[in-house]
Design a protein around this ligand. Structure first.
Ligand SMILES: Cc1cc2nc3c(=O)[nH]c(=O)nc-3n(C[C@H](O)[C@H](O)[C@H](O)COP(=O)(O)O)c2cc1C
Length: 333
């Protein structure tokens, strides 16, 4: 019997657990087609940023929408959305194009850090055909006067704004730097999130010590970055009412298996695909089938959460007890 690779992500039925995460690869129809041919079970488009949704742009949409609601024919007096050569318009077109071209779910990504009118744009993404949304609050807290509670409220308020605008499945993509990720995740679930994407990679600037400049640096990920994510999802699976997707450090078949075992419904790949090309996803998917068959699994579902903190025989291995033990194993040579 063939192994069943299917999984669900926030209620969406997916024919496999490997999703193409937000990146320039999903910005382009040709590479999206290659990703889907290689077995990507959903596509997350590169983010539309709050900064692109300027006040003018929002005013335009509010204005035309208001007119359309009262006098349908009056729309002729206003430029069509297509005539506005701005990012947001091209973004909507891209979603429409992808929806026509591929038969896997298309997840649109909104990216911003302030609560405000821009979140209403979520509605247009759904109208353009997005099956679900990923909301990336890429907020780099750097004010010593800002409390953790204020930082978390920011996330919740933005989420509530988007939730009020749409009723499609909604995932939050967050970073790893919270005192209690599980607690925040539960609050996000209460505020209407259906999934958590674990974790943003913060692009950390380096210093040029000769030129005395801060150098922005974009490095692709390393598989070792997966470990942080594995632990976080293992601790939340079955205890927080959200679906999970791991992003960060998923490069090969073992990474996919580990992500699923800790409780991720799907894993997202980006860096490995940028490095090796979309077809790498096919090799990973085939490797997954081979591994599952060799280990007598019937399905991916069977594997999800099997090594989460709630289920693993030695939960202490995820915690402080293990930290003390591991320090004791280090010997100088
Ligand atoms: C060039 C590049 C562009 C990216 N653009 C976005 C983006 O627009 N929105 C977003 O949420 N994540 C974006 N990401 C982050 C990825 O979606 C992903 O979360 C991250 O790279 C970790 O996964 P990986 O280890 O598989 O690369 C980008 C990453 C890269 C390398």
């Amino acid at each position: 019997m063939a192994v069943d690779l299917s999984t669900t992500w926030m209620g969406l039925e997916l024919d496999g657990p490997i999703v193409a995460g937000a990146s320039p690869l999903t910005d382009n129809l040709e590479s999206v087609q290659r990703l889907v041919d290689a077995g990507a079970s959903a596509i997350v488009t590169q983010s539309l940023f709050e900064e692109q949704l300027t006040d003018d742009q929002m005013a335009f949409f509010t204005h035309t929408e208001g007119v359309a609601e009262t006098h349908g024919e009056a729309l002729d007096y206003f430029p069509a959305y297509d005539d506005v050569a701005l990012g947001p318009d091209a973004y909507l077109k891209h979603i429409e194009t992808l929806k026509k071209a591929v038969d896997v779910p298309v997840i649109a990504s909104l990216n911003g850090i302030t609560p405000g009118g821009w979140v209403r744009y979520a509605k247009y993404l759904v109208e353009a055909g997005a099956d679900a949304l990923e909301l990336n609050v890429y907020y780099v807290a750097s004010e010593p006067t800002e409390s953790p509670e204020e930082v978390e409220s920011r996330y919740l308020e933005i989420l509530r704004g988007v939730r009020a605008a749409v009723d499609v499945p909604l995932a939050m993509k967050i970073g790893p730097y919270f005192s209690s990720t599980g607690h925040l995740a539960s609050r996000l679930a209460e505020a209407g999130a259906n999934g958590l994407v674990v974790f943003n990679r913060f692009f950390q600037p380096d210093l040029d010590i000769e030129e005395l400049e801060v150098k922005p640096a974009l490095h692709l990920s390393h598989p070792s970055e997966l470990l942080l994510r594995l632990r976080a999802v293992a601790a939340m699976y079955g205890r927080v009412d959200l679906d999970f997707a791991i992003t960060g450090g998923v490069h090969d078949v073992e990474d996919v298996i580990k992500g699923l075992m800790v409780g991720s419904n799907t894993v997202q790949m980006v860096s490995a695909l940028l490095k090796k090309g979309p077809e790498h996803l096919k090799a990973v998917r085939e490797g997954l089938v081979t591994w599952l068959e060799a280990h007598e699994y019937e399905s991916v579902e069977q594997m999800i959460g099997s090594m989460s903190l709630a289920r693993v025989p030695d939960p202490a291995a995820f915690s402080r007890a293990n930290y003390r033990k591991i320090l004791g194993t280090f010997h100088k040579y």
